[in-house]
Design a protein around this ligand. Structure first.
Ligand code: DHK
Length: 146
């Protein structure tokens, strides 16, 4: 099984950006966590981060050609704006778990819309970076595990 861990804008700034909201854990820590979890679960992993909407669409399309089995995706602010990213997830038909580090349901009004959610098999929010691990387990084990 091959999993893509995909992150959108400003996730590379974890640990630097608004630590009172996003915590002190860095993007490097996040990569280490998901890579070590992939090793434990014996799955292949690819990780990619971009601050650009079109790059994220390209990465989702590439996942199709790379025969990725599942995507763990934190689209950052594009969650709340991007129909192009929604369409890309629908286009490739790869099971995708939407992850948010914070509990967006309890934040500003403009974070209440998620376009991505319409195509996601599951949404995990407010679990910090452990949400990425939970998303991986969901893709590996399915509903029974989560
Ligand atoms: C990350 C972002 O960058 C925000 O734009 C989202 C999300 C929330 C998170 O909680 O991981 O609104």
């Amino acid at each position: 099984m091959k999993i893509l861990v995909l992150n959108g804008p400003n996730i590379n700034f974890l640990g630097i950006r608004e630590p009172q909201i996003y915590g002190r854990t860095t993007y490097a820590d996040l990569l280490e966590l998901v890579k070590s979890h992939a090793a434990v679960r014996n799955v292949e992993i690819e990780c990619y981060q971009s601050n650009h909407e079109g790059d994220l669409v390209d990465a989702i399309q590439k996942a199709y050609y790379d025969r990725i089995d599942g995507i763990v995706f934190n689209p950052g602010a594009y969650t709340h704006t991007s129909i192009a990213i929604l369409d890309a997830i629908k286009a490739v038909g790869i099971p995708t778990v939407e992850v948010h580090i914070t509990n967006v349901a309890k934040r500003e009004e403009f974070r209440q819309i998620s376009y991505v959610r319409a195509a996601a098999v599951k949404t995990i929010m407010g679990q910090g970076i452990d949400g990425y691990v939970q998303a991986m387990d969901f893709l590996i084990d399915g509903e029974k595990q989560a």
